[in-house]
Design a protein around this ligand. Structure first.
Ligand code: HEC
Ligand code: HEC
Length: 344
């Protein structure tokens, strides 16, 4: 565990979350301290300075075998992940290894963001794969397998050659040519700067805080170019575990459920069993109801009347309480009746 997180954990434990009346001693009878071996089993993080990196090694070739067996099912044989999640590999050019900045991140015609385009530290990949992958069996790889599979991904990204062997020493050389190694910024408020960056914090938005007379609604903008908005198909059809990569425009082929007309609602709710539009049935014709209340503001009263039922306005026969129809539907039907109950 890094010193930062250790002190953070301690601060949380002792600080704000702990009511003042409690001290750690109060829990002396609960459990027992974790043993060094137990802590070690969980303490597996690898820092950007490679602190915590375990020994081990693996070749590109070995990694290909691991990847095919344990990763390709979700990430595609070449890390392209085209049917599942964001691609791991792609978008990196030779020149990026020199500059440490992935040029494609600035290209408007290149909307994809692959893992290798973004990640600045190779230690992060090692750490993440060892801790979290394969998704369905995290922590099931041994250290050599993690080295190997990472070597394979580095090779797919043209960062290392086919005969490369990644180990706890060569990984340091890889860091020196990671394509986006200079792409990490600290000058934003995600970082409690200046502790980390030594520079003043730049807020993530240019807005000024507002407590009154604020703008009515936020304006949503997308930085995706138009042609990219629908490049990943219809999201509504992709609410399942496997699908195309994400885009933003979702309506194109989305089946829009048709909103039922008030006439349809009245029919479904059973109103038309007793009411017709132009003829008296058990209850009055809706056209007559409309005529009777023309110019009045009768809707709230009628909603209540229908909800509770009642007699006496149109005769002695009572309308039974209409309890099943939803409020919004009832309001829509009453508005429609009062507006003349158009037959559409
Ligand atoms: C069952 C599906 C599945 C398998 C198998 C799998 N992964 Fe993943 N992988 C995922 C998912 C889902 C994510 C995103 C997880 C998240 O964001 O929390 C992911 C994320 C990743 C990432 C980070 C991507 C990023 O840009 O954040 C890497 C690297 C990765 N996987 C490597 C591997 C490797 C190496 C293996 C094989 C040892 C593997 N995965 C096996 C589903 C899988
Ligand atoms: C079982 C028969 C029956 C059903 C079902 C029925 N009604 Fe009625 N409705 C009546 C009768 C009878 C009256 C006349 C009541 C009166 O004279 O006060 C009436 C009156 C009304 C009125 C006029 C009320 C007034 O005070 O002027 C409206 C509007 C109305 N119904 C709408 C509806 C709606 C909407 C539904 C469906 C959610 C519905 N009714 C279901 C029998 C029915």
């Amino acid at each position: 565990m890094s010193r930062f997180f250790k002190s953070l954990a301690l601060a949380l434990l002792l600080g704000a979350s702990m009511p003042a009346a409690f001290a750690l001693d109060d829990f002396a009878a609960v459990g027992r301290p974790a043993t060094p071996a137990e802590i070690k089993a969980w303490d597996i993080d690898v820092g950007p300075d490679f602190a915590g990196l375990p020994q081990g090694s693996g070749s590109v070739e070995q990694g290909q075998a691991v990847f095919e067996e344990k990763c390709a099912v979700c990430h595609g044989s070449f890390g392209e992940s085209n049917k599942v999640f964001s691609p791991l590999v792609g978008g990196v050019e030779k020149g990026d290894l020199v500059t440490g900045h992935v040029a494609a991140l600035l290209r408007k015609d290149f909307p994809a963001r692959t893992t290798f385009m973004k990640v600045a530290t190779v230690s992060t990949l090692f750490d993440y794969i060892r801790r979290a992958m394969p998704w369905n069996a995290p922590k099931s790889l041994n250290n050599d397998q993690v080295y190997a599979v990472l070597a394979y991904l580095l090779n797919l990204s043209d960062i290392v050659t086919d005969d490369f062997v990644l180990n706890d020493r060569t990984i340091r050389d890889v860091q020196k040519i990671m394509p986006n190694r200079n792409g990490m910024t600290y000058e934003h408020s995600m970082w409690p700067s200046p502790v980390f960056s030594g520079k003043p914090v730049k807020p993530d938005t240019a807005n000024t805080a507002c407590m009154s007379k604020c703008k009515a609604a936020p304006e949503l903008v997308s930085s995706l170019p138009d042609y990219a908005l629908s490049s990943h198909g219809n999201l509504a059809e992709q609410n399942r575990s496997f699908g195309e990569v994400r885009g933003r425009k979702t309506a194109e082929s989305a089946p829009v459920a048709e909103k039922p007309t008030p006439l349809k609602i009245a029919e479904t709710a059973g109103c038309l069993g007793c009411h017709a539009i132009n003829a008296k049935g058990v209850g009055p014709a809706y056209a007559e109801v409309a005529a009777k209340y023309k110019g009045e503001n009768a809707s709230a009263r009628l909603v209540a009347k229908i909800r509770g039922g009642g007699a006496g306005v149109w005769g002695d026969v009572a309308m039974p309480a209409q309890e099943d129809i939803k409020d919004a539907d009832l309001q829509a039907v009453v508005a429609w009746v009062l507006a003349g109950a158009a037959e559409k």
